[in-house]
Design a protein around this ligand. Sequence first.
Ligand code: HPA
Length: 270
Amino acid sequence: MLLKIQETADFLRSKISSSPKTGIILGTGLGNLVTQITDKTEIPYEIIPNFPVSTVEGHSGKLIVGKLGDVDVLAMQGRFHYYEGYDMKAVTFPVRVMKALGIETLLVSNASGGVNPDFEIGDLMIITDHINLFPEHPLRGKNFPELGTRFPDMSEAYSKDLIAKAKQIAAEHKIKVVEGVYVGTTGPTFETPAEYRYFRTIGGDAVGMSTVPEVIVANHAGLKCFGISIVTDLGVPGKIVEVSHEEVQEIGNSVQPLMTLIMKELIRKV
Ligand code: HPA
């Protein structure tokens, strides 16, 4: 694994001239932020050694290095989901590579189903914490001390400092944000009403199929994390309607510009 990480990092270093400290993982169909990146180098996942290849509709699957405002960033447009069949080491491999490239802060976005009854469709939820319900843990197996400690602390998996800054940015721009706990589960089914109720009962505010593995590995690697989720549908009794991937993307699209603004401003302040 260590050699593979090095090999991939070396390949990417040969393609880029900057040394970004901020990494971004953009969720399904949430590539809007990329349009704001200038001086871009785009590297399709297909040509990156040891990278899995993304298959889900709505993902373009490329790494983009460039400037967001004045700040050098490395962004992943499209991520690898456990439900696609990748194991957790593959899902989180790009985070290892980011760390090897010198990334210190990781920003992630996703779409989710809200289970907090106060939430509305289209809300932006700043992720304050998560519950890991994936059946495979990304750190299971041999631990490489070079990558991180055997038993990582997760008491502040999402940086309080970045959360505070993001809230301040949202307030300055009069963007409504909510905060909450993201429950990460495999999918690819959306939830049954009983499952949504369960996720609420155990302390969740929103549920989705990503993010948790990457944030676990980022914490293992000592990266500061920030996550934001677009609530695209509601798993709240009385408000549950049929959900489709297309609707998730549609709502995601409509709210993306606000999320982009928050992320862009936050990146200036990390
Ligand atoms: N459940 C799980 N993942 C999701 C949902 C949902 O309701 N909406 C968007 N991603």
